[in-house]
Design a protein around this ligand. Structure first.
Ligand code: KMH
Ligand code: ZN
Length: 279
């Protein structure tokens, strides 16, 4: 039996809900810009895209028609695994966040608890989390547990205990580190978080702002996967604004290759996450 060489799943989070297009002109906010970003990020190593959409004024929206159009456009132009954010913006209602699943992405983010989020609060009460999780199971959408602090790992384990395995069977977490109010973007915090995962779970990590590189290097050294993108950081280095999302993906792919776990193709990533393959 041949064993497969290890690879690194690279997820790009190109837009987010917080970064302002006026301050960062290369932020993709229109559908055309998003598709161009998706193609260029796939070309340099991304296998999954975590999507927030914007309205005509560049503000975050969970408008269902726009979400559906976006899923179709990214699927039509790339092989990327399409993940929609159910976190949205801190101002979004829980009902609108649940309705995101109706746009039928391959995957959705799913944060398992409330967390302070800078001066705001990212609200995720347990009944909402439990409802969202059970809807992913019913609809066959892979949740990516988006975990901002250690208590969120405990809550993810509670979900698995109470409601069983995710659709498709893969337990996949993404640690979002360095948010003011959440766990710090340090190797020590990442080690603690990974230690709390159930056996067989896969994970990625991203560090917000200047914790981007420390978290990336720590994740690679622990055998984890990577998320990068302008949702999480708008600087490539000190006082150096990022050129675009592809620049961040290209660096992640280069470091992953140096760590002897090169970027996974979309099909390799699908196998890792037990999603149907296209090839
Ligand atoms: N924008 C944050 C309030 C997610 O995408 O699921 C939530 C967030 C998490 O970005
Ligand atoms: Zn997000």
């Amino acid at each position: 039996m041949t064993s497969m060489a290890p690879t690194t799943l690279i997820t790009v989070a190109p837009t987010g809900a917080e970064v302002d297009k006026g301050a960062h002109p290369t932020l993709p906010v229109t559908l055309d810009e998003l598709v161009v970003a998706a193609i260029s990020c796939q070309d340099v190593g991304a296998a999954m895209i975590h999507i927030h959409v914007r309205d005509d004024d560049g503000r975050p929206t969970l408008h269902l028609g726009r979400l559906r159009e976006t899923v179709a456009a990214v699927r039509g132009s790339t092989d990327l695994i399409v993940q929609l954010s159910t976190g949205g913006a801190v101002t979004d209602s829980l009902a609108d966040r649940l309705a995101v699943l109706e746009a039928a992405p391959d995957s959705c983010s799913l944060t398992t608890g409330t967390v302070n989020f800078g001066d705001d609060v990212f609200v995720n009460p347990w009944p909402f989390v439990a409802e969202l999780y059970q809807r992913t199971q019913a609809l066959g959408i892979l949740p990516e547990f988006e975990l901002f602090e250690l208590g969120h790992v405990s809550a993810m384990n509670r979900l698995l205990d109470e409601f069983g395995a995710p659709a498709g069977g893969a337990v996949h977490a993404d640690f979002v580190m360095g948010v003011p109010g959440g766990m710090p973007g340090t190797a020590q915090a990442l080690v603690a978080a990974v230690a709390m995962l159930p056996a067989g779970a896969t994970w990625s990590a991203t560090g917000i702002g200047r914790s981007s590189l420390p978290v990336m290097l720590a994740a690679l050294s622990l055998g984890g996967n990577l998320r990068v993108g302008m949702e999480d950081t708008v600087n490539y280095g000190p006082k150096q604004p990022v050129r675009d999302n592809a620049e961040l993906v290209e660096r992640a792919a280069r470091l992953a290759a140096e760590a002897l776990r090169p970027a996974a193709s979309a099909d390799q990533a699908r196998r890792l996450l037990r999603l149907p393959t296209q090839g």
